[in-house]
Ligand binder design. Structure first.
Ligand code: 4AD
Ligand code: MG
Length: 464
């Protein structure tokens, strides 16, 4: 009878020493001499490999020849204490079955280190590398932390639609969804495209945010969060923008802006602590490979209060800094990454929550302050990342919200259902959106957002 397979993460706990075990995985390296060969096997369950010792009195050269980097194996043998450094135990192989070979001439991931740029072109195989294995396990751990945090707080996970007829952020950067024949578009009498003949009977797009529907959930269930993909057709080719990214959007009835800030800070700190505890090996690996200040930086954020500052005071600091920015600053301008990073990395050396932005540079749904000029917005700015969270208290007053919608020429026929929340039992409420990949960038210390999502979508790139 064959032995039940053990995952390497469990095997390395050493509890089965002295027993016969079975492992399955992919070969990272094979080395040795004519008496004994050592195979490093990885099955993705941990950054660590298990060492397979192949005594050449038991295996012929012919049997070992197909065991090359990238090939897949089933190995049975005794688990014994290891003499080698850096490992507790190893397997003395009795039986090896090769599931699939990997031709050394053509398999792209040979043992030597590859650049991240090279690996982006091999995104179908890069999860098999140490770096991407670590990043993807950390990504999973953070996703789990998100659900645990909100579930423990009594928030409900709400699934908002991906196909929508409204533009939440009002930025117009949406991907259209249509089944119309682009080579033969139906026209109205005025010569416009006749969307009544389209699949949904109206013009639709992929959502840029689940917030508007999230507000419907919050004003019924009290506190909800979304966690799903969002889509932005902005032509931003930066290390921090994706065309398809994942966002977490909590929305809470009876929360004012200060409650919203408290929640955002607690949430981010929780996720980072959770990863430090539950993805330690992977974080340590990335720290050692790419960024030896990573763990200190993560601990620093967890252990220090975020600075809270108004946009107006932030602009003053930037103006008085004497620094020459590529984009000049003055009250009213939208902050660029260089400004955000100056505040966070040079001035305060801490995460900053910037609040009360001019209404002109923020979305229509934010609550107007008494000054009539600023809105109750809050952006959380992080070292190395810039904006990691954007949120606000929402305008709960029907007339004020309507006025803003009219000022911005947002088509009313698409918005009636949103306005109904303000017509029937309106309440103060707030929420925010955390860019999941920006959080993963921070926790992994990676520097390009294309390296923290399995298959990145960016302008001119939708491969894999
Ligand atoms: O600031 P944003 O646009 O806010 C909203 O969408 C609100 N509806 C959120 C809310 O209040 N419920 O986006 C929120 C966050 C940003 O702070 C950033 O972390 C991330 O989403 N983000 C992106 N991440 C990757 N690629 C992009 N193109 C992103 N655009 C925004
Ligand atoms: Mg924003």
């Amino acid at each position: 009878m064959s032995i039940k397979r053990t995952k390497i993460v469990d095997l390395l706990k050493g509890e089965q020493i002295g027993q016969n075990v079975c492992v399955k995985g992919w070969v990272r390296t094979r080395r040795g001499n004519k008496n004994v060969q050592f195979v490093a096997l990885n099955d993705g369950s941990t950054i660590k490999n298990v060492q397979i010792v192949c005594d050449l009195s038991k295996f012929s050269e012919d049997e070992l020849r197909p065991i090359t980097t990238g090939s897949s194996l089933c190995v049975e043998g005794a688990l014994v204490e290891s003499q080698g450094k850096g490992q507790t135990c190893e397997i003395q192989a009795d039986k090896i079955t090769v599931y699939g070979t990997a031709d050394p001439e053509t398999y792209p991931l040979q043992k030597k280190g590859h650049t991240l740029e090279f690996l982006r072109e091999k995104a179908h195989l890069r999860p098999r590398t140490n770096t991407f294995g670590a990043v993807l396990r950390i990504r999973h751990t953070l996703a789990f932390a998100v659900h645990k945090f909100f579930n423990d707080k009594g928030f409900f996970y709400l699934n908002t639609p991906l196909i929508t007829a409204s533009d939440c952020e009002g930025a117009g950067a949406m991907f259209q969804v249509t089944t119309l024949d682009l080579n033969n578009l139906p026209r109205t009498e005025e010569g416009k495209i006749d969307y009544e003949q389209d699949f949904f009977g109206k013009q639709t797009s992929l959502t840029v945010s689940g917030q508007l529907e999230g507000e419907l959930g919050a004003t019924a269930l009290g506190a909800i969060y979304t966690f799903g993909p969002t889509f932005r057709a902005e032509n931003s080719n930066t290390p921090r923008h994706l065309s398809e990214f994942w966002m977490i959007e909590p929305e809470m009835a009876f929360y004012e802006i200060a409650d919203n800030m408290d929640l955002a800070e607690e949430f981010i700190k929780y996720c980072i602590s959770y990863a430090l505890e539950n993805a330690r090996d992977d974080i340590e690996f990335l720290a050692q490979m790419y960024d030896n200040e990573l763990i200190d930086r993560l601990n620093f954020v967890v252990n220090n209060e975020f600075v809270r500052l108004s946009y107006t005071d932030g602009i003053k600091i930037l103006e008085e800094s004497g620094k020459k920015f590529e984009f000049p600053v003055s009250w009213g301008v939208d902050l660029q990454s260089e400004h955000e990073r100056y505040l966070v990395e040079q001035h305060f050396k801490k995460p900053v929550i910037l609040t009360d932005y001019p209404k002109e540079i923020k979305a229509f749904y934010m609550k107007l302050n008494d000054d009539g000029k600023t809105v109750r917005a809050m952006d959380v700015l992080f070292p190395k990342i810039g904006e990691i969270i954007g949120g606000s208290q929402r305008e709960e007053n029907y007339d004020k919200l309507l006025q803003r919608i009219e000022e911005l020429n947002i088509p009313m026929k698409d918005m009636w259902w949103y306005l109904d929340t303000r017509r029937f039992g309106t309440v103060p409420h707030s929420g925010f959106g955390l860019g999941f990949e920006r959080l993963i960038l921070f926790v992994t210390g990676m520097t390009n957002i294309r390296d923290v999502i399995p298959f990145p979508r960016t302008p001119k790139n939708a491969d894999f």
